[in-house]
Ligand binder design. Structure first.
Ligand code: 1PW
Length: 215
């Protein structure tokens, strides 16, 4: 079970959440997806105050999804698949332009989903990096390949500046709170494919329903 929110980041917790994410028929449990993000927000918060604007946005989007889960329609939000069906069937999504549902579950989760790709690419670079490799470079490359495509100039600029303040590789591996660098790399080897699977299932679902460009 996830501990209190002010607890230190631990990669194990994120790994456990993403492990619990998939149902036997490959649906994504919202509760565990959200728990995975809560862990990642702790990571962002432990990277220093310049990551504050990034963590705030991720936290507010995670909160929106938690509110749906706690609402009277909560059972419709049990999985990402059931959320998509419920919101589309009931026309609760602004599909082409912003309208009366600026915070639908579908568009909110899409933002986190895009960010998850960044994280997957970054963690995979970290996993395969050499001792002298720079985390800021890994982070920027991962960002430019993924999330940057969805961000306007000002946010790309601010994110680029934040990357400079990332701890170096040894410090970053320590932030993971796992143990020796070899143990972190081993755990990343387990976590990255899980994150990647959750990402791919979501991507295919959104593609099937034409939701990848929700405003
Ligand atoms: C070092 C590991 C970092 C991985 C964590 C990934 C978290 C990514 C959150 C990026 C947020 C950047 C600032 C906010 C931008 C929003 O405008 C944007 N949100 C996201 C998640 O991309 C789009 O949301 P919006 O404005 O359409 O509600």
């Amino acid at each position: 079970m996830a501990g209190p929110d002010n607890q230190k980041f631990c990669l194990q917790e994120v790994l456990d959440s993403f492990k619990s994410c998939l149902s036997p028929n490959r649906e994504i449990y919202m509760e565990h997806y959200v728990a995975g993000w809560k862990g990642l927000i702790k990571l962002l918060n432990s990277l220093g105050s310049v990551f504050g604007f990034i963590s705030k946005d991720a936290a507010s989007k995670t909160q929106i999804l938690m509110n749906f889960l706690d609402s009277k329609n909560g059972s419709e939000y049990a999985t990402v698949q059931s959320m998509v069906k419920f919101e589309l069937d009931n026309e609760l999504v602004d599909v082409n332009k912003k309208g009366i549902y600026p915070e639908s579950g579908c568009r909110t989760l899409l933002r986190l989903h895009r960010a998850l790709r960044w994280l997957e690419l970054f963690l995979d670079r970290l996993r395969t990096s050499k001792e002298d490799d720079k985390t800021s470079v890994m982070c920027r490359e991962a960002y430019n390949e993924s999330l940057a495509h969805h961000h306007p100039f000002m946010i790309r600029k601010a994110a680029g500046l934040a990357f400079y303040s990332l701890p170096g590789r040894p410090g970053f591996l320590e932030v993971m709170n796992v143990g020796s660098p070899e143990q972190v790399v081993a755990m990343l080897g387990e976590a990255v494919p899980l994150i990647s699977e959750v990402y791919t299932i979501t991507e295919e679902l959104y593609q099937k329903h034409n939701l990848l460009d929700l405003p």
